[in-house]
Design a protein around this ligand. Structure first.
Ligand SMILES: Nc1ncnc2c1ncn2[C@@H]1O[C@H](COP(=O)(O)OP(=O)(O)OP(=O)(O)O)[C@@H](O)[C@H]1O
Ligand SMILES: [Mg+2]
Length: 514
């Protein structure tokens, strides 16, 4: 489905030049093939391999015969110059495209008496008119996490879920012409409903199907030429149960967070780039009480919550030069959320002055959670308390929980994500390691709810505030832990099912409703 994209933009660009260029790769003796598979209904072949320590991701698209190329060009010509206003073009672009293809094919066959492949032509037309053009195979491979193009004449690179120890893999997709790459960048910006130009050479957009893209135009800020980075969106987000199953977290960690969330604690998820912070934040949010009002605040809408009381807020950028009164920043939205009577406020990523507002929200009794780029507790506190974030040191102990997540390369063949540490904040300088990850045996400590209660200051505070004794907290932990473990054991992992079971869990426990 096309969202906010001008069909004309796509038709005017010249991706046809790239057809079959990508197939011209030759493999030499040093190339060691690691995998071969097919995507896009078996039309596109993917070969993953390694050569002299560098990983490669080679795409082979279907070859067009000269007749097929002729039909393709005729259709593009017709779409570019001859198409009359047609309602179907707006309401059902795919149906329109298929209709045009059928008409042109019938016409070609009647004239020449030979038939050409409808399937191949349909692939290229959808790719170039409605899809992501030359990056279509990468966008359609569910194993690709990120895509990066660092300039003109440089191969597009990908991050592959199953071959992540090789880091970025080089593909055989290259934009050789600056004009072509600039046009492609403009097209992506338009797809996300934004503008990019010499005057505004940077854009962050959400593309069709919610993929996140960071774009730069021409050589204004990127001397190697236009560039792009795409973080692909998982249509079905990873759930808390997936994360337990794949060993990112333990069931006891999830249970502990669940109780903290219910008591409106303040969570900071920290870690390096692409370590899985947003994914963890999204899956944690699935544990929020279904009868709460949850407000999320983001620059780029990445979160995907299956919560009935979810209200997403997204900042607004404008293209005015000079004083900008129409821009709506994260800071403004956090302030707005104070008046929303929200139970829980989630800020996708804290980078600037909104940090201060978020701490105000926590101080006024809201539950809060956010992600933050920082490798550990000390550097997080340093950054938070320095300009431009300027959070007062006395506010730091409002944070209940600091979760550190990392991507760990376990072997040449395997990279995993692990929550390596969970800290409770005692005060500005002091924190308490409640959970740790042991890399030798890949286990989380503690594993026993009783040991956790012994360690955790937060759980003791919750017990005190809610008038519970240790035993009732322990029983609560055990009940929820068993519940989550049962889901995981029975392979109930996906988004819809996990949300349904969690909701049922609350309905069975009416005391949880305020
Ligand atoms: N625990 C996990 N297990 C498997 N894959 C994961 C896990 N966490 C994240 N991923 C995948 O890793 C990629 C990066 O994840 P995510 O966007 O959550 O990272 P991030 O730390 O928020 O990145 P950034 O620093 O860019 O904001 C995504 O493709 C996501 O699907
Ligand atoms: Mg993120």
């Amino acid at each position: 489905m096309m969202a906010r994209t001008s069909l004309k933009d796509n038709i005017d660009s010249k991706e046809v030049n790239l057809i079959s260029e990508v197939n011209k790769v030759k493999f030499d003796r040093d190339f060691q093939q690691l995998d071969k598979y097919y995507i896009l209904d078996g039309l596109v072949e993917v070969i993953v391999g390694v050569r002299q320590g560098l990983g490669y991701y080679i795409v082979r698209e279907p070859e067009l015969t000269s007749e097929e190329l002729e039909v393709y060009q005729a259709i593009m010509e017709r779409l570019r110059y001859k198409t009359k206003p047609d309602e179907q073009l707006l309401t059902d672009p795919l149906g329109y495209l298929e209709r045009v293809l059928k008409e042109e094919l019938d016409d070609f066959e009647a004239r020449n008496g030979t038939s050409v492949s409808m399937q191949k032509l349909s692939y290229y037309l959808k790719r170039d008119v409605l899809g992501f053009g030359p990056l279509e195979p990468l966008m359609n491979d569910p194993d690709i996490e990120d895509i990066s193009i660092e300039g003109v004449g440089k191969p597009a690179k990908v991050f592959h879920r199953r071959f992540s120890p090789y880091d970025w893999l080089c593909t055989n997709i290259i934009f050789d012409s600056e004009e072509e790459l600039n046009n492609y960048i403009i097209r992506l910006a338009h797809m996300g409903g934004k503008h990019i130009s010499i005057a505004h050479p940077i854009a962050e957009v959400i593309l069709t199907n919610r993929h996140r893209a960071t774009l730069t135009f021409s050589r204004e800020v990127t001397p190697h030429g236009p560039s792009l980075t795409i973080r692909k969106f998982r249509e079905k987000p990873l759930t808390i149960c997936h994360l337990i199953k794949n060993g990112t977290i333990s069931s006891l960690m999830a249970t502990y967070w669940w109780i903290l969330l219910e008591n409106k604690s303040f969570f900071m998820i920290i870690g390096p780039m692409a370590s899985g912070k947003t994914t963890l934040l999204n899956s944690l949010a699935m544990l929020l009480k279904p009868n709460w009002k949850v407000v999320s605040i983001e620059d780029i809408p990445e979160l995907n919550l299956a919560h009935p009381g979810w209200k997403p807020l997204v900042s607004r950028h404008t293209y005015l030069l000079g004083e900008n009164l129409t821009e709506i920043r994260l800071f403004d939205l956090v302030k707005l959320s104070f008046r929303e009577r929200a139970d829980f406020i989630i800020v996708g990523e804290v980078r600037g002055e909104e940090a201060y507002a978020l701490f105000q929200a926590a101080a006024s009794g809201h539950g809060c959670a956010c992600t933050f780029h920082s490798p550990n507790f000390e550097s997080m506190v340093n950054r938070l308390t320095s300009p431009p974030l300027n959070v007062g040191p006395s506010y730091i102990d409002l944070i209940s929980n600091v979760i550190v997540i990392k991507r760990i390369t376990k072997s040449v063949k395997q990279a995993v994500r692990r929550v390596t540490e969970i800290d409770e904040v005692v005060n500005f300088r002091e924190y308490l390691k409640v959970f740790t990850w042991n890399p030798v045996d890949d286990l989380f400590e503690p594993d026993d709810p009783y040991d956790l209660i012994e360690k955790s200051v937060q759980l003791k505070r919750i017990a005190e505030a809610t008038g519970q004794d240790e035993e009732s907290i322990l029983n609560d932990l055990l009940e929820r832990k068993n519940f989550l473990e049962k889901l995981v054991k029975n392979n109930i992992l996906d988004f819809e099912n996990v949300t349904r079971y969690l909701r049922n869990f609350y309905y069975r426990r009416p005391s949880n409703f305020e």
